[in-house]
Design a protein around this ligand. Structure first.
Ligand code: NAP
Ligand code: GDD
Length: 446
């Protein structure tokens, strides 16, 4: 679908603004400790390096070491918990920020002065090759999970050059730092189903890449750099081509979280309308904690390779809205066409009297959320992952919606339905409680 789009080039999007407004006040109020470690800057002797760094102590006492870029993001936070639960020592790259940006990992923070800390955070940026090289050389990780990126597709149209720098070239910087350091780490690249773009569904490892955004084009470049380093330099570098995955920790401006947060805010009487873009886009939405288990499995293979990870099911944005509202006891009916389409309350549980009543318009279209070029439909063919990794999704679309609604209701101070929380706790994710301890910490005055 093509949309007439107003000029986005100079204007901050509402989503960007909302993110800033939502996050900043909390962070400036906090004073949480963060364990930042700055390894000494070593001069790397090019001629000697391979010998030096291949002498890694592999005795059984020494834990596996992982370096994660994007550790403060949705996936990075779950992956950290998962790897810590497996006994890894985890090192994360975090960006210098004038306000705290570690809310997803604050609850697993360990003061480096405590005995046996296993989580270390290091300042750095994917635009800074020197620090990437320095960290790899000094940490000597066994595995690198490269999750850091400017990851918002819509925003990539506003800042295409920056997106290329971080999402595309950032991967090259990391691959090159790894190669030059001589460290024999396995590298996971967070490739994306967005790379398939206009390719017909279902998409597998052999589907063509027809990217439809600066973000997708940047990821395609990064994908091919990974393959080139694998083939040219025999690097153990693998692509996980992950379809959309969501959770209570999903960024607030991605559509699923935007919907579940808005729903909770509406039920709490704190938001009147939800403005969305393309309601008909279809995505293969899965539950994020399962996807980082796939990442880990990809790096446990004997040989590097590329894998599609998804659920195999596809649902529209409108379906997501319908399911979320219905779980909360609100039936939505859709009226109007195109930008005039509206989501209206058809019926509501008496629990929401008098906050919501039949006839209330809750959802409207704002063309600012349309993309100049859209990906209409994504649906994964996960045959290869099933066969080679033994990986299967365990959470259905309906369950995912319930999980996200429950956690956002909890966050908004409302009594959640409870089914979603029970599902998330009973699906075998013993290493996480999906919390954003950030909010708890504010109440503690940290
Ligand atoms: P996310 O929540 O947006 O997290 C992105 C991470 O990258 C954050 O930790 C962010 O740090 C970091 N980052 C951004 N710019 C950076 C820079 N210049 N230098 C260093 N770090 C930087 O993303 P996610 O959902 O966890 O996704 C993880 C990765 O998988 C991303 O590469 C994404 O593109 C890819 N992916 C995601 C999905 C999905 O559905 N979630 C699907 C396919 C692929 P700050 O916290 O400081 O911003
Ligand atoms: N964000 C957003 N906001 N998307 C909306 C809205 C809205 O108000 N209304 C409709 N949509 C539609 C988008 O146009 C898109 O078709 C779909 O909802 C999903 O959008 P996002 O949740 O922003 O995710 P994405 O599919 O563009 O990108 C995510 O998944 C990729 C994997 O396919 C990101 O996590 C990427 O980093 C990831 O690679």
């Amino acid at each position: 679908m093509h949309h007439a789009v107003p000029d986005f080039s100079t204007r901050e999007t509402r989503e960007t603004k909302e993110t800033i407004e939502t996050i900043t006040p909390y962070r400036v109020a906090g004073n949480c400790k963060i364990s930042i470690v700055s390894p000494e800057i070593n001069q790397i002797d090019e001629t000697n390096k391979t010998n030096q760094i291949n002498q890694k102590n592999k005795n059984l006492e020494s834990p596996m070491k992982a370096l994660i870029t994007g550790i403060t993001g949705q996936d990075g936070s779950y992956l950290t918990e998962f790897l810590l639960s497996k006994g890894y020592e985890v090192h994360g790259l975090i960006r210098r920020s004038s306000s705290f940006n570690t809310q997803r990992i604050d609850h697993i923070y360990v003061d480096p002065h405590d005995p046996n800390p296993r989580l270390f955070l290091h300042h750095g940026d994917l635009s800074d090759s020197g620090q990437l090289m320095n960290l790899i050389y000094n940490i000597k990780p066994d595995e690198i999970y490269h999750l850091g990126a400017q990851s918002h597709v819509r925003v990539s149209f506003d800042i295409p050059e920056y997106t290329g720098d971080i999402t595309a070239l950032g991967t090259t910087r990391l691959l090159e730092a790894l190669r030059r350091s001589g460290v024999k780490a396995k590298l996971y690249q967070a490739s994306s189903s967005e790379m398939f773009g206009a390719a017909p569904s279902p998409q597998s490892e052999t589907s063509p890449f027809l990217p439809r955004s600066p973000y997708a084009a940047a990821k395609v470049y990064a994908y091919w750099m990974v393959r080139n380093y694998r083939e040219g330099y025999r690097s153990f570098a693998s692509n996980g081509i992950l379809f959309n995955h969501e959770s209570p920790r999903r960024g607030e401006t991605f559509v699923t979280r935007k919907i579940t947060r808005a729903l909770a805010n509406m039920l709490g009487g704190n938001q009147k309308r939800l403005y969305l873009g393309n309601l008909n886009a279809k995505r293969d939405w899965g539950f994020a904690p399962e996807y980082l288990e796939a990442m880990w499995r990809i790096l446990q293979q004997e040989e590097p390779d590329d894998y599609v990870i998804g659920t195999g099911e596809s649902h529209s944005v409108k379906e997501f809205v319908d399911h979320a509202f219905s779980y909360a006891g609100i039936e939505i009916t859709w009226k109007g066409q195109g930008v005039e389409e509206k989501g209206i309350v058809k019926g509501a549980s008496s629990r929401w009297d008098p906050t919501l009543k039949p006839g209330d318009v809750l959802i409207e279209i704002d063309p600012r959320y349309f993309r100049p070029t859209e990906v209409e439909s994504l649906q994964a063919d996960i045959t290869k992952a099933r066969q080679h990794l033994g990986w299967e999704p365990r959470t259905t679309f309906e369950e995912l919606v319930k999980i996200m609604v429950d956690y956002d209701m909890k966050l908004a101070g409302l009594e959640p339905g409870g089914e979603g929380i029970a599902i998330s706790l009973n699906k075998g994710f013993a290493y996480t409680n999906h919390d954003y301890s950030f909010y708890e910490k504010i109440r503690e005055g940290c």
